[in-house]
Design a protein around this ligand. Structure first.
Ligand SMILES: *[C@@H]1O[C@H](CO)[C@@H](O)[C@H](O)[C@H]1NC(C)=O
Length: 283
């Protein structure tokens, strides 16, 4: 009887040992096998009801549908979400979060509050977005009316280890706003509108690795004096960044450098009538 007891104990400890070893090996494999594709791109898009929102969000959804391993956070500036918008998100097949947060008192109605709520969501619900703790993420703010080259996501954003910055067409009143790179380091910005901005960068011109988002509680405030009203530099400074933290993308060529994102805007259509004949048109 005693013999069997001892054997039982041995088998138990052996099983425990094998279980622990297999766990460790699995973990090592995950870490060692890290691929850039494993980084989830977290796209934050503030949006609001307007007559050309459906075409805008349709276009952006078609773009993002082509990007693998992406979580799309869409925040409605309103008291509730809009079924037609949710249907667009659903059809992408992407993993997404759609929530409504009406701009709070004192915030400018330019998506600042919605982006803030998205950052809070990411910090509170990280595992929900990434599925497993071992995976990495990169956060990017993509407004619904800009124009995005697919290479922006796969060649630039997904490779951001800290703070990635690149050129944006039609930003800040200039044909191009871009980081000025000397010896692979960003020393300043080629921008018309610099004023006192440390980071003279458009919302579409940067992405931040999730690790650095999770390190602080930085959000968009109600004002940004350091940005002369533009919020980007305040967020990046509050996240603890300095110019030397920037990883510039897309500057390598001497000529014909390519712009992968354009700060475009859909013009308001000139309508002679407003009957929609039973079709859904927002206004
Ligand atoms: C995190 O997710 C839960 C469940 O969806 C939600 O109730 C909560 O509001 C989220 N947190 C934030 C800060 O949005």
């Amino acid at each position: 009887m005693k013999k069997y007891q001892t054997l039982g104990i041995r088998v138990f400890f052996l099983a425990m040992f094998l279980f622990i070893v297999s766990k460790i090996v699995a973990e090592l494999e995950q870490v060692g096998g890290f691929e850039v594709e494993d980084r989830t791109i977290i796209v934050i898009t503030p949006t609001y009801r307007r007559i050309n929102r459906m075409p805008d969000i349709t276009r952006l959804s078609n773009t993002l549908s082509h990007v693998k391993n992406l979580h799309w956070i869409v925040i409605e500036d309103g008291v509730s979400t809009v079924p037609a918008v949710r249907a667009v998100l659903e059809r992408t097949g992407l993993s997404y979060t759609y929530m409504a947060h009406k701009t709070a008192q004192g915030y400018p109605a330019k998506g600042w509050y919605q982006r803030t709520m998205a950052l809070k969501f990411i910090r509170e619900n990280t595992s929900r977005i990434l599925n497993t703790d071992l995976r990495e993420g990169v956060v990017y703010f993509a407004d619904d009316d800009n124009s995005y080259d697919l290479r922006l996501f796969n060649d630039f954003i997904r490779n951001v280890r800290k703070l990635g910055v690149w050129a944006v067409g039609f930003a800040g009143g200039a044909a191009v706003e871009a980081p000025k790179v000397v010896d692979k380091k960003v020393t300043s910005f080629d921008a018309l509108w610099v004023s006192k901005r440390l980071f003279a960068v458009d919302m579409a011109g940067f992405a931040v690795n999730l690790k650095w988002i999770l390190r602080t509680n930085a959000v968009f405030g109600k004002t940004c004096n350091r940005g002369d009203g533009a919020p980007e530099t305040c967020l990046l400074e509050d996240l603890g960044f300095d110019l030397e933290d920037i990883e510039p993308f897309g500057y390598e060529k001497q000529n014909n450098r390519e712009i992968l994102v354009w700060h475009t805007r859909t013009s308001y259509p000139k309508l002679q009538g407003t009957d929609t004949f039973g079709y859904f048109v927002e206004n």
